[in-house]
Design a protein. Structure first.
Length: 461
């Protein structure tokens, strides 16, 4: 665990069966706190002393202070000592294809091939109007103004080098997830109709190209949030931002070829439709069964996917959002679950068991977690979408949660913008996938992409 004084703790807490530890408490070892699976399975999470036991990290000051952006000189965010960042792709910036960067930056993933020193990112834009698509040739609905853009970041020069449109004509592209074969699955968080055109689908976008603009109806038509792919089986796990919502999985006929179809299913626990909203203590729900969704692409007069699942005993969650897969474990969050806005669940794909591993004891610790990602070293990052100051949080393998970054965007005419944007949500957090020296993230409004670097290993991320 990180060693910090009480004055440095801020919103930090240790995760335990009883909730938050008291301020100033010293917790050694931090085993059995619900997130022990992180330490046991994380890639690159080797012990620091040859396997003889964890060597304590030196004390780290996690006090957040304003840091100037390399690109603009503006103090856009607050970070711990030793961290820095650069901004890119502000809303309205003209991209390399001549198109203005769309607004409402949201979910994102990073890709890196072979020995390449280029990181490719695919970024969602959660725009939700029918004012017209911003690009041609990659468009689903010409009237819809959502979609994705692709970015490139050069690790040698430590700067962004390119951006272009990669999908358009969609609505409310909120989150999604990366695939093991190098594509981004972008999710529409809606079931709106535009005349006879249905929305509420998943679209595939290559990391180094553009989408064909065709939906993947087999993955369901519902208020999609995010997804995670198990590389061992090719099964896609999906969350739904609604209440009630289901945890879904798509079992493809042909792994890696999602357009070939498959079965959409919803998680069930026991013989009745279990409701998890108010659960607070860490809990092992036991074995999971999966019930088929008979109409994965329901029309306006058909039962929704979640109502179909509940009718068969599917478990009910409250606003499922971020999800991540690592080494046979699916981590996912209920943004509004529990009495204090935030639950974290884990599902073991090998043991087929579901656990509630953490609930927020209060908004001062964690306020409405949304997008999540895991670093190559095994720590989790949780993006916050709460009602006050907006943070990204770190969650170490030992179960220690702390503020990693704070939105500090207040503009008085810089770049032609005015206003206090510090209440805008964090989203799209994703590490450079090999070394993890860079964390990429978005501030949804005014729409900024950030590349953050620093001593992540020293703080357990």
């Amino acid at each position: 665990m990180t060693n910090m004084t009480t004055a440095q703790m801020g919103r930090r807490t240790f995760l335990s069966g009883a909730g938050a530890a008291t301020a100033g408490a010293v917790v050694a070892g931090a085993t059995g706190l619900g997130f022990d699976a992180l330490g046991a399975t994380a890639a690159g999470a080797s012990t620091r002393d040859g396997g003889r036991g964890r060597r304590p990290r030196p004390p780290v000051d996690l006090t957040l202070v304003p840091v100037a952006d390399r690109a603009t000189g503006l103090e856009l965010i607050k970070l711990p000592a030793g961290f820095e960042y650069t901004s890119y792709g502000w809303t309205g910036d003209v991209m390399d294809d001549g198109i203005a960067t769309p607004a409402a930056h949201d979910g994102m993933a990073a890709f890196r091939r072979g020995a390449s020193r280029t990181v490719r990112l695919v970024r969602n834009h959660e725009q939700g109007s029918f004012s017209g698509a911003y690009a041609d040739g990659m468009t689903y609905d010409p009237a819809a103004n959502g979609g994705t853009t692709n970015l490139e970041f050069d690790l040698r020069s430590e700067r962004f080098t390119r951006s272009y449109a990669s999908l358009s004509g969609t609505i409310r592209n909120c989150a999604g997830g990366p695939t093991p074969w190098g594509t981004w699955l972008s999710c529409e968080e809606t079931t709106v109709l535009n005349g006879d055109v249905r929305h509420g689908y998943v679209f595939e976008v290559p990391a180094d190209g553009t989408s064909d603009g065709r939906p993947l109806p087999g993955l369901g038509r519902f208020s999609h949030e995010a997804l995670a792919v198990d590389p061992r089986t090719g099964i896609v796990y999906l969350t739904e931002d609604a209440t009630p919502s289901g945890l879904y999985r798509f079992v493809p006929r042909r792994p890696r070829h999602l357009a070939a179809g498959g079965r959409l299913q919803m998680a069930a626990i026991g013989g009745s439709s279990l409701v998890t909203y108010a659960d607070t203590a860490p809990r092992d729900y036991g074995p999971v069964t999966w019930v088929d969704i008979d109409q994965p692409d329901p029309g306006p007069a058909d039962p929704s996917t979640v109502s179909q699942g509940i009718a068969k005993g599917g478990a009910q969650f409250e606003r499922l959002e971020g999800i991540w897969h690592h080494d046979g474990t699916i981590y996912f969050v209920s943004t509004s679950g529990g009495p204090e806005r935030g639950q974290v669940f884990t599902y073991s794909t090998r043991r087929n068991t579901l656990k509630l591993t953490f609930h927020s004891p209060g908004p001062e610790v964690l306020d409405s977690p949304d997008n999540i990602c895991m670093s190559p070293r095994g720590g989790l990052v949780l993006c916050e979408d709460g009602s006050g100051r907006e943070f990204m949080h770190g969650l170490t393998r030992e179960g220690d949660i702390f503020p990693l970054a704070e939105n500090n965007v207040v503009l008085a005419g810089e770049r032609g913008l005015f206003g206090d944007f510090s209440g805008s949500e964090w989203c799209g957090a994703t590490f450079e996938p090999r070394d993890g020296h860079w964390l990429f993230a978005n501030l949804q409004s005014p729409g900024i992409t950030l590349a953050i670097t620093g001593p992540f290993d020293r703080i357990g991320l």
